[in-house]
Design a protein around this ligand. Sequence first.
Ligand code: PEP
Ligand code: MG
Length: 572
Amino acid sequence: MRQEFIGHGASRGTALGHARVRLPHVLDVVEEHVTEQAVPGEMQRLHTAIDSVRAEIHAMRERLHGALAHEVGEFLDLHTLLLDDPELLQGLDDLIRTGRYTADYALRLQRDRIAAVFQTMDDAYFRSRVDDIDQVIGRIHAALHRRDVGMHGVAGEILVTDNVAPAELAQLQAQGVLAIVTSAGSTLSHTAILARSLHMPLVVGAANVLQRVNDGDVLVVDGSNGLIVLEPGAADLRAYRARARDYARERKQLNRLRREPSRTLDGVDIKLYANAESREDVADAHALGAAGVGLYRTEFLFLQRHELPTEDEQFRAYRDVVLGMTGRMVTLRTLDLGADKADRTGLALRDEPNPALGLRGVRLSLARAGLLDTQLRAMLRASGYGALRILLPMICCREEIIAVRARLALAAQQLRDEGCEIAEHVPLGAMIEIPAAALALPTFIGDVDFLSIGTNDLVQYLLAADRNNDALGELYTPLHPAVIRLLRDVIRHARMHRKPVAVCGEIAGDTRFIALLLALGLEEFSLHPATLLEVRRTIRAHDLSALRAKAPRLLRARNREEIERWIARSGE
Ligand code: PEP
Ligand code: MG
């Protein structure tokens, strides 16, 4: 029967296909027993499911190709190892045989047992293995409930699950998954950012989907408005086809803007930089006429690995971004691991009681001297190949900038002594994403060459609202008078001191916020290439002086409604 669900559109695009349901990793399974006679059948059911997961992982491994194949392959190999682990298998069999538990409950008990052992380990790397255990157990559990356990083909399917880790996305795309629907998640999470970069339609926060959708159900998903239709009727299919056509037509029209300037109606050129993480992003940024790369998140080099990338590896990656941009400015951000950006190198401290307020960003880099020096050396070496600047995440105070600047000078001197060709001057900038840095900007504006406002974090720290906590609903929003005022102050102060200032948080790539940011004085944006042309189109439709004249009314807004009303009228 036809049913509609509504979530938040996190990555645009539409898809029509069969659902594949992956149940949450934390198994919500009640204690159930089987009769003595049913024990062999229950064990057989479990082993069939395990075999099917093993075959599924093997098939995925075979299908991997391209730039991410190596990293994703390692991730899959690890899951195969866990799946074949005699302790895991033996433990499950014992639970069904001696406790007469259902296979589902045996999985749950075994998961909790193993997790308890891992969680007591001192080493953060080993503790992080619990995520893998959860994923493997989650897969077996999903396989237990598949109507056709032998169904391995996943190309053309829509994944319905509770949440997806950023690292899983590339793997899912390699499997041929068309779109993803999650019951949790946020449009500003790293998963959402990566989905946009992979052009994978994603709807997050769709309540009830996991309870109502079954494997094999037909779904239509729209990543723009967050609408999901289960068992679509004729009208839905017509609407889907129309949307897919509109989407293709819009892309064609937008493509005509590739070579056009990002110029307002009154002739002011706005700089559109790209946020880039992959080779494809860099190629897209260049092809779309981005002014440069405004944010290269280097943590993506550190994720999904068991050891740190070497200086040479980092150098090659940075150099390739610089070469890919053919002389346009490239902004490399030093490592920002921590909080929601977990990694396998054990660098981010997983047992911090409050990781968002913990040792992340530049704090971690300064605490691990070798780590920062290696990264700075790699970046400086890449500066010999084209325009490059360095951006520091999570700056809180002046001392951090001074400390990094000293290390940068030392690394530059060493490299020159070694005979390396490096740029004469590599600008050093600060992310403004901690409210203290925004408020104390006058104390360090003279110590930085440029600024980039990270609104994703600035909003969460200013409003004390976790960017990934769906329970907070509308509390996490850039549409708060405090955010508007702080943005205005930072932009004004930077411009007064003639320091380039950009916004590189997700709002810079969201057409709903462009008029607001222009009105506040912003002339540089850094956004994912996926929405660059839409933002360019929006900029070209606005008159900058008219918007600036309306800024005082925006700053007088007392709440979200009044800000939204201002936005709605900004084009008038
Ligand atoms: C931000 O916080 O706005 C930002 C761009 O950094 P990240 O999303 O990587 O934390
Ligand atoms: Mg940030």
